[in-house]
Design a protein around this ligand. Structure first.
Ligand SMILES: Cc1cc2nc3c(=O)[nH]c(=O)nc-3n(C[C@H](O)[C@H](O)[C@H](O)COP(=O)(O)OP(=O)(O)OC[C@H]3O[C@@H](n4cnc5c(N)ncnc54)[C@H](O)[C@@H]3O)c2cc1C
Length: 422
């Protein structure tokens, strides 16, 4: 594996790169693919600090796979919703019984290696801030491996690291175990116990199904779940994405995908329903030491409360940029943060699926390179335009788009063929 480890960046020097990608899950790798395709190279390739025509991908994980490294083992390739190929390289023949936690990290690792994306890990980004008021100035990306000074940032940090736990009265008094699906390992851990599963999403119903084989369960949700008989056709999928897109365009927090798609009756879920496992109850009103107080006033005894209550976008490191508006979300224009052409969020809101992440990676790269090219129109290459460039020992080789080619990068082209998902 050629994946470089965390770089040794001098403490007093920021590494210059045109584009810094934060996160190397499906979204970050898609961005990496398109950056390479359009001729950019890793900034730290060969140990040289370089500026224009370069990118950096930083990922907090110790190895490839993004969030797929952490899914529970019973989430098999047959039971995931459907994983789109990373751009330009199909998934290998896969045994549907294989756990996704084995298959997908291996596929991602192979992809990174063959495309020579140069992902740097483990590198956790702590903050992103503007260096000054210049709207085309650099963004400083501070990480535990040093600081990177980017002309644009593509944020692809997913949601897995930000599990959402709602707050309920009495929560701290519970004598049993509380866990979020992000911590779930296997149903056998609950053998013989009573498990209350909270949440109306796909994870909730899949885990109810498997836990119910070894434990008794109660299912509670805030709203009556909406079930669909059939898989989504492409048009219905487009409409669902458009609804989330409209929300983020208005600066509202993105909806969860299931709130716009509903739950699909898969055969194992129908069988679970026949066993009475999917009898949904309204949300409990409080948590007590031995269980939960149900809406009808009865006490449901419980050993475990499993919070299948979703995730939020992992964006804490972007706080210094003050992106959130009155709607509680970030106003978006496609993948770009509205009014901030240097920052794109991918795998966020409408693009938080594997197909969405693929498309968003491409959109972000194309728009950023167009933006940098437009900015460069009035400047000489490498003229130290922003404060962060001053005194930097990196050598700018020309404008951001100097190395850009309309054709696929020859190396990537040989590896992955000409097809580029649009
Ligand atoms: C249980 C579950 C099942 C799912 N099944 C499907 C499915 O079948 N099909 C589908 O299309 N979608 C599915 N999804 C949605 C899925 O998460 C996305 O489609 C996609 O995998 C997310 O990719 P991503 O690149 O946006 O994020 P991730 O895969 O989460 O990658 C983000 C990366 O960013 C890194 N990172 C985070 N913060 C930082 C930081 N501060 N600094 C540096 N790196 C950081 C993380 O370590 C991680 O490597 C599922 C989600 C869940 C929770």
């Amino acid at each position: 594996m050629t994946t470089p480890s965390a770089p040794a960046v001098p403490a007093d020097t920021a590494v210059l790169a045109d584009v810094v990608v934060i996160g190397a899950g499906q979204a970050g790798l898609s961005a990496g693919y398109h950056l390479r395709r359009l001729g950019l190279v890793p900034a730290l390739d060969g140990g040289e600090h370089e500026g224009a025509g370069t990118y950096v991908i930083l990922d907090a994980e110790p190895g490839p796979g993004g969030a797929w490294r952490h899914r529970w083992r019973s989430l098999r390739m047959a039971t995931v919703n459907g994983i789109y190929d990373l751009p330009g390289m199909p998934q290998p023949e896969i045994d549907p019984c294989e756990p996704s936690v084995d298959v997908l990290p291996a596929y991602f690792g192979d992809y990174e290696q063959r495309l020579e994306l140069g992902v740097l890990r483990p590198v956790r980004v702590a903050s992103v801030r503007r260096v000054d008021d210049d709207p085309s100035g650099r963004l400083l990306v501070a990480s535990d491996a040093g600081t990177f000074a980017a002309r644009a940032v593509i944020n692809a940090t997913g949601t897995w690291t930000k599990p959402f736990w709602p707050v309920y009265p009495g929560q701290a008094t519970f004598r049993g175990r509380q866990l979020h699906v992000a911590d779930y390992v296997r149903a056998e851990d609950f053998a013989g116990q009573h498990v209350v599963v909270v949440g109306g999403g796909i994870s909730a119903v899949q885990l109810l199904e498997e836990i119910s084989h070894v434990a008794t369960t109660t299912w509670v949700t805030r709203r009556e779940p909406v079930w669909r008989d059939e898989d989504f056709d492409p048009e219905a999928g487009r409409q669902a994405v458009a609804r989330v897109e409209e929300r983020v365009r208005q600066g509202l927090a993105p909806l969860s995908v299931v709130s716009v798609t509903g739950l699909i009756w898969r055969p194992e879920l129908r069988a679970a329903a026949e066993r009475g496992v999917l009898d949904r109850h309204p949300m409990f009103t409080r948590i007590e030491p031995d269980g939960v107080r149900m809406a009808d006033g009865s006490l449901q005894r419980a050993d475990v409360i499993l919070w299948a209550t979703g995730f939020r976008a992992a964006l804490d490191h972007l706080r210094p940029l003050h992106l959130r508006g009155h709607g509680g979300g970030i106003t978006m224009d496609g993948t770009q943060v509205a009014g901030e052409p240097r920052l794109h969020l991918i795998g966020y809101g409408p693009s938080s699926s594997t197909v969405g992440a693929n498309r968003a990676g491409r959109e972000a790269v194309v728009r950023i390179l167009d933006h940098l090219s437009a900015v460069d129109g009035g400047h000489h290459a490498g003229d130290g335009r922003s404060a962060s460039d001053g005194g930097h020992r990196a050598t700018d080789r020309g404008p951001a788009t100097a190395g850009r080619r309309d054709q696929a990068d020859p190396r990537a082209g040989r590896l992955v063929g000409a097809a580029v998902e649009r």
